[in-house]
Design a protein around this ligand. Structure first.
Ligand SMILES: Nc1nc2c(ncn2[C@@H]2O[C@H](COP(=O)(O)OP(=O)(O)OP(=O)(O)O)[C@@H](O)[C@H]2O)c(=O)[nH]1
Length: 317
């Protein structure tokens, strides 16, 4: 069966009707850096800006997938449409055995009010930073009220997620040396809500005490948000309501204090920068520009030019 290629406007209209296939196709275009992206983004923009983006991060095994499921159930119970974007910063492929796939196998898989997608953050420059905000924009324009962005907690990705999110949830669990890990990985700065999952296990209260005393050391100006430290048993859905309430409270505070606007401006800045850098890279990858870059590099090696002068030359073109 031959199939006419849909225009970006048609795809966007179908995505706005909640058609999962259209949403999926738009996100694929984002991932592939499709040449239609410019038009797609222009078509999406009037509808974006409503969704609340919630980042969810934590070390492997703390229960991110289980918690995401519990949060999706709670949000659906509140009649909200939910998008889930699972980012794997290490995998060069999408569609592997990623977080999102495990969630996709859950009870929410067939719920039309839930859209789940995993995305590989490819190794190339601008991977996470370009594609993720664009995928968020697709889900936002498609009518998601809340978008959960989940990532495997490996180093830098936690901080990247925090830069993307309106509200960042950091998950910890007892028995994982998380207190120390928290201090090391710098996650004490990024959480808006901390959740000690696996509260049915010994040591949850200790992790909570440790974390609270570490957070208490941070200097916070008057009127600043004070991140709550909650406990959940995600596998039993316990505590999910309190987490969603905390997200709501943070959202309200962020809206009033201007923090939400600041974060969104920063996100847009990161996105513009990533698009511009990707475009520059592509230009320098073209045959003509590649030759010019090679020529400049040879001149630097030969001592005829210095790298700054060469870069100026490249940028001036
Ligand atoms: N006892 C207990 N086990 C839990 C709880 N939540 C999740 N688990 C279990 O912990 C294990 C890890 O949960 P996942 O949700 O797969 O954790 P994850 O953080 O997504 O794991 P990675 O993808 O490896 O990072 C699973 O066996 C869950 O069933 C909980 O509240 N209590």
């Amino acid at each position: 069966m031959s199939r006419r290629t849909e225009s970006p406007d048609e795809l966007v209209a179908r995505a706005r009707d909640g058609e999962a296939r259209a949403i999926g196709r738009l996100i694929s275009q984002v991932e592939d850096g499709s040449s239609l992206l410019r038009e797609v983004m222009a078509a999406l923009t009037p509808y974006a800006g409503r969704a609340h983006v919630v980042g969810l991060t934590g070390s492997p095994g703390v229960g991110k997938s289980t918690s995401t499921n519990a949060l999706v159930a709670e949000l659906r119970g509140r009649d909200l449409r939910v998008g889930v974007l699972a980012i794997d910063p290490s995998s060069p492929y999408s569609g592997g055995a990623l977080l999102g796939d495990r969630i996709r196998m859950s009870e929410h898989a067939t719920d039309p009010g839930v859209f789940i997608r995993s995305m590989a953050a490819r190794g190339h420059l601008g991977g996470v930073s370009r594609a993720t905000p664009q995928a968020l924009r697709v889900l936002d324009a498609a009518g998601c009220d809340v978008i959960l962005v989940e990532t495997v907690g490996v180093g830098q990705s936690e901080v990247e997620i925090a830069r993307l999110a309106d509200t960042t949830i950091v998950l910890l669990a007892p028995g994982m040396g998380d207190g120390i890990q928290a201090a090391k990985a710098g996650i004490l700065e990024i959480g808006d809500v901390y959740v000690i999952n696996k509260a049915d296990r010994d040591g949850a209260d200790q992790v909570r005490r440790d974390l609270r005393s570490m957070l208490a050391l941070a200097e916070r100006p008057e009127g600043a948000w004070r991140p709550p430290v909650l406990k959940t048993v995600a596998s039993a859905g316990e505590g999910a309501a309190e987490v969603v309430d905390a997200i709501d409270a943070h959202r309200a505070w962020a809206g009033e204090s201007g923090e939400l606007e600041r974060r969104r401006v920063r996100r847009a800045r990161d996105e513009i920068e990533a698009i511009a850098l990707t475009a520059l890279r592509e230009r320098w990858g073209s045959v003509d520009e590649g030759n010019r870059l090679d020529g400049l590099a040879a001149a630097v090696v030969a001592g005829e030019s210095d790298p700054y002068a060469a870069a100026d030359g490249l940028l001036d073109d």
